[in-house]
Write a new protein. Structure first.
Length: 366
C-alpha cells in the first residue's frame, strides 16, 4: 500500500473541520505526525469522555476555532486567519438516530455547513485542495444485497443519509460551476463504518459494546443481522491524505470526483459477529440480547430505517490511489481494545495514539 508523502506534508497549512470529533481528532494526530501546521474548526466536543480532550489534541493545533460551521462569516474569517492550503471537511451531525430527533439541525449542520465550506473554497485562492467527507450511506440502499460503487444511485431514507447525499450533489455543482475554473480541486469521500480508540459518540455500536462488555453488563443489539464494512479509523484517513496529495498536484482535476474507502469484501461482518469478537478479546462474561423495538423520542415511537446490508466497492480507489486497507478485522478490534485498556489504566493517550499510528505506518512499508 502506498503511504502519504511526508516531504509533501511537512509544513503544509491544513484546516480540519470537525476536529473535536472522533474521526477529526485522529486525523489531526496523523497530520501532526506528517509535520503539518494544523488548525481546527468545530463546536466543543460532546460529553465528558471524548477523544479530543482525552488525547489533548489542542496542544498540536496552530488555531483552535470553536465556532458553528453554519455561520459563513465566522468560517470565512477563520479560514482567512489560518490560510490553509488544504482542507478536510468532517464537521457534521453524524448520527442516523439523532437525525430523527434533530432533523432540522442535521440539515443545517450537514447541508448548509458543506455549502459554506464550498463558498469559502470558491472565494479564497490560497486553498489548493479539499477533501469533503460524506458517508457510505449516501447510496439508495434497496433491501437486496448490492455493492455500491461511485456511480451508484444516490438516495437516503433517513435525514442523515439524505443530507449527506445532498452534500455530494452540492460538491458536484460547485465543482462544475465555480471550482473547476479556479486552481483548487475538491473531492468527496465515502468511507465504510469506522471504529477505534476514543469513540464515545452516543449510539455508536462499538461504544456500546465496549462500555457493556468491559463492565460485564448485558449488551442489547437492535439490528444484529446487519452487515457493515467495518474498518479501523486510521485506514481511510491514510487514503484521504493520498487523495489530497493528488488533488494538489498539476493533474489534480483528474481526481476531483467521488471516492469510496472501504475494506475488502471479506472484512464485511454482521453486527452480532463483531460484538462476539470484541467479547472474546475482552474476555467478557456479558450476555447479548436482541431488541428490535422502535426508538422513542419525546414518548413517541419512531421507525428507524436501517439497511440490512451496506457494502461498498472501492476498486477504483485501490487502483488509482494505490490505497488498500492493511488491517484485518481481528487486528482492528485488538487495537481498539488496547486503546480502551490504556484509557482505563490512565496511560498517556497522546503517546499511545501516536504509537498506534506510527505502528500502522510501518505496516505500509513492509
Amino acid at each position: 500500500m502506498k503511504l502519504p508523502n511526508q516531504k509533501f506534508w511537512k509544513g503544509k497549512k491544513v484546516l480540519v473541520t470537525g476536529h473535536t470529533g472522533f474521526k477529526g481528532g485522529w486525523l489531526c494526530m496523523l497530520l501532526n505526525i506528517m509535520g503539518c501546521k494544523v488548525s481546527g474548526y468545530a463546536l466543543n466536543p460532546i460529553g465528558n469522555n471524548n477523544f479530543f480532550n482525552t488525547v489533548n489534541i489542542k496542544k498540536i493545533l496552530q488555531n483552535d476555532f470553536r465556532k458553528n460551521i453554519g455561520d459563513l462569516q465566522k468560517l470565512d474569517i477563520s479560514v482567512k486567519k489560518s490560510k490553509p492550503e488544504i482542507i478536510f471537511h468532517l464537521a457534521a451531525q453524524s448520527s442516523v438516530i439523532q437525525s430523527f430527533k434533530h432533523s432540522h439541525d442535521t440539515i443545517v449542520s450537514n447541508i448548509l455547513g458543506t455549502a459554506n465550506i464550498l463558498e469559502v473554497i470558491k472565494k479564497n485562492k490560497f486553498i489548493k485542495s479539499a477533501v469533503l467527507i460524506t458517508t457510505d450511506k449516501v447510496y439508495q440502499n434497496y433491501k437486496y444485497r448490492k455493492f455500491f460503487d461511485e456511480n451508484s444511485q444516490l438516495g437516503g431514507d433517513d435525514i442523515y443519509s439524505g443530507s449527506k447525499a445532498c452534500c455530494e450533489l452540492l460538491a458536484h455543482s460547485y465543482r462544475k460551476s465555480f471550482i473547476a475554473k479556479s486552481k483548487s480541486n475538491i473531492a468527496t469521500v465515502r468511507a465504510g463504518n469506522c471504529f477505534g480508540g476514543g469513540d464515545w459518540t452516543p449510539e455508536r455500536i462499538v461504544k456500546d459494546i465496549l462500555e457493556n462488555f468491559y463492565s460485564n453488563k448485558v449488551l442489547t443489539l437492535r439490528n444484529p443481522e446487519a452487515t457493515r464494512p467495518w474498518q479501523h479509523v486510521i485506514e481511510p484517513l491514510i487514503g484521504y491524505l493520498l487523495l489530497a496529495e493528488k488533488l494538489y498536484s498539476k493533474k489534480g482535476s483528474h481526481f476531483s470526483e467521488p471516492w469510496n474507502f472501504g475494506p475488502s469484501i471479506k472484512q464485511n461482518m454482521k453486527v452480532k459477529k463483531l460484538a462476539n469478537l470484541f467479547k472474546i478479546k475482552l474476555n467478557s462474561q456479558s450476555k447479548i440480547l436482541i431488541n428490535k423495538k422502535n426508538k422513542k423520542f419525546n414518548n413517541k415511537k419512531i421507525d428507524i430505517f436501517e439497511s440490512k446490508h451496506l457494502n461498498i466497492n472501492s476498486k477504483k480507489t485501490y487502483k488509482k490511489l494505490k490505497w488498500k486497507p492493511k488491517l484485518s478485522i481481528d487486528k482492528s478490534v485488538q487495537m481498539t481494545v488496547d486503546w480502551y485498556k490504556a484509557f482505563k489504566l490512565k496511560k498517556n493517550l497522546f503517546n499511545f495514539t501516536n504509537n498506534q499510528i506510527n505502528d500502522y505506518l510501518k505496516l505500509g512499508i513492509k
